[in-house]
Design a protein around this ligand. Sequence first.
Ligand code: UT7
Length: 331
Amino acid sequence: MGKLTAAITAVGAYVPNFVLTNKMLEGMVDTNDEWIVTRTGIKERRILKPEEGEGSSYLAIKAAKNLLEKRKIDPEEIDLVMVATATPDSLVASTAAFVASEIGATNAFAYDLLAACSSFLFGMSTAASYIQSGRYKKVLLIGADKMSSIIDYTDRTTCIIFGDGAGAVLFEPNTENLGIQDEYLRADGSGRQFLGMDAGGSLLPASEETVRDRKHFIYQDGKTVFKFAVSNMADVAVRIMERNNLNNEDVSWLVPHQANKRIINATAKRMGLEDSKVMINIHRYGNTTAATLPLLLRDYEDQLKKGDNLIFAAFGGGFTWGSIYLKWAYN
Ligand code: UT7
């Protein structure tokens, strides 16, 4: 028997029905479709409307159920449910615990994982470690974010970027050397001043003042974040290629976090990849934070073949970033 690796064996996803187009945003803030498309690549994003009264768990549950139904998996077989999210239903009580109960994963333990836009990537590493240890056989990793819950729709620098969505993948043991091959994950806490949300945590709890000063919304110094993202995402992806002796022809797909089409293009260029090998759906969903990578896998699942070499790359708040090399496990 070969060594135990952790492979993705199923994918599911969900996005809300409401489509927020660039045209609609033109009526809300001083912006225009041409600026948004040329600077970011985004045309529309999905929003879970506040009137629906649901949190990120709603998106996560839908994505998980989609996966379970597609692959006819009994939820009672799942050992662990992880929800990667920057927008949990509430602080303290784990969103993942609620999701696990709602999908019928009654034998699983569950917890959340927070690393902003890198949460799902880091979650892949965590899920894989549990599988490779031999302790668990089925780990469900969900990336879910209701970004609209922390967006200031009067701030044109952020409201045009983010959308809501969720995606889920199942990790299982593999003995054919498919699944996760290598990872390079990084963090730099000096970045927290450039991308985050000031209030609502232990540092600055909610008060009348924090609400009045609009400190419960996400902010970013876009230019600085862009500079860090564009060099770091490419650096880690190229490093993963080099240390696994992969050239551009060996790489089947780049699976990049969807923050900005220009960052994605720059990463692909440094890797020497042609456009046809780059997964992209930012034009449809915007930046869904923890959901971008599994949403890509759902959208491209039909084109993936067993043995394909996938390079994942992400960059996000913290700062956090990294790259993972995975061999796809099914047709
Ligand atoms: O996923 C987590 C990681 N996040 C990222 O990786 C995001 C990284 N950053 C970015 O993607 C880009 O910096 C943005 C898309 C956020 C902004 O693009 P940019 O090319 O860096 O624009 P900028 O911030 O330098 O702004 C250029 C101009 C400014 O006007 P002036 O000062 O040149 O007159 C802005 O005020 O564009 C203006 N502007 C806008 N104009 C129309 C900023 N936002 C908008 C807008 N519509 N929505």
